[in-house]
Design a protein around this ligand. Structure first.
Ligand code: GTR
Length: 328
């Protein structure tokens, strides 16, 4: 026979079970794409953001992370984000610059005097304004992530001067601006998705590429390109965007949760970034990569005049470039 106590215990268990079902049913997962691998600082930042969002929403909002190009190469995932098939995308500004013109300004060569200058711009009113400029293009800008400076690496020869660039076939991101940059330096740009660079290097389809220390090392590119020259020709940051479709579906309160968590994830990421930058450089050095540090960047900068001229044809870009340069 069942006692009253048994009965009420059963009722309690059933109630708990129903709550669990309904909590799960109302939990919503936002799919996030990141081209980098599982431990890369941006992926760690997305995981951190996911934890914050789940906590703040009592489990209602979750982030499902698809790293290592599981949802496709970067350009395709940006298109899918614009179409609303992917909810969140951590991309590089040079890639999304094809869709959102202000993003290309941040990828302009030798624009930032230092990482401090870059962070000051991104953390201040200009950064906020730029994040706000995504909306007409089908995205919502949530936050920027550090991505250091990009430099040129190759398997043929150490680059000591701009003359050494001549004839090298260098992979660039799928971006007209990046192609223009490498061409202006005298090399031959080859636009390839990130996931094809390693094979490209291994099969000698390309002589080299350009990227920051963590990307050079975590992808194993350093095993095939033994010369890394600190050209630091661009400091194009990474950025996190949400699709307009996902954004429209959120209440004002939930939008606040996302915005707040995104900004915190960017702060969380900075320490991880600096540590990995140093570790990657050491790892490349230990593996025998020749690191050229003593280059005169002046001729590299001078070669960018045409690129600035082209960018300045757009008055909004011209004004933004000036404002960024003026930030002390
Ligand atoms: C990295 C960036 C990636 C991707 C990659 C590339 O620095 O984090 O999103 O754009 O560069 O060169 O394709």
């Amino acid at each position: 026979m069942y006692s009253r106590a048994d009965l009420s215990r059963t009722v309690a268990v059933v109630a708990l079970f129903l709550t669990a079902i309904s909590t799960n049913a109302s939990a919503r997962e936002f799919r996030a794409a990141d081209t980098q691998n599982e431990d890369y600082p941006t992926v760690q930042a997305l995981r951190y953001m996911g934890r914050l969002i789940a906590e703040k929403s009592g489990g209602r909002l979750q982030i499902g992370i698809f790293h290592s190009r599981q949802l496709g190469e970067e350009k395709e995932t940006i298109e899918q984000t614009r179409a609303g098939a992917i909810d969140l995308n951590r991309t590089n500004v040079a890639l999304i610059g094809t869709f959102v013109p202000a993003m290309n300004v941040l990828a302009m060569p030798f624009l930032f005097r230092s990482i401090e200058h870059l962070q000051k711009v991104l953390d201040g009113p200009i950064g906020n304004e730029i994040l706000g400029s995504f909306e007409p293009y089908g995205f919502v800008g949530l936050t920027f992530y550090d991505s250091g400076a990009r430099s040129i690496y190759n398997s043929v020869r150490p680059i000591h001067s701009i003359a050494d660039m001549k004839g090298l076939r260098l992979r660039v991101q799928q971006s007209e601006l990046m192609s223009d940059m490498i061409q202006a330096l005298g090399a031959e740009p080859v636009e390839l998705p990130y996931g094809q660079v390693l094979t490209g290097l291994a099969t000698k389809l390309i002589d080299g590429a350009e990227n920051n220390w963590p990307s050079f090392v975590t992808t194993d590119h350093y095993k095939y390109a033994g010369y890394y020259t600190l050209t630091e020709h661009t400091a194009s940051p990474d950025v996190l965007v949400m699709s307009q479709k996902a954004w429209q579906s959120l209440s004002a309160e939930d939008r606040g949760i996302f915005r707040d968590a995104a900004v915190r994830s960017s702060q969380f990421m900075r320490e991880k970034w600096t540590a990995l930058e140093q570790r990657s450089r050491q790892q490349a050095k230990a593996a025998g990569v020749t690191i050229v540090t003593d280059i005169d960047r002046k001729p590299f900068e001078a070669a960018m005049a045409g690129i600035y001229q082209k960018a300045r044809r757009d008055p909004a870009a011209a004004a933004l470039i000036e404002r960024i340069r003026k930030v002390e």
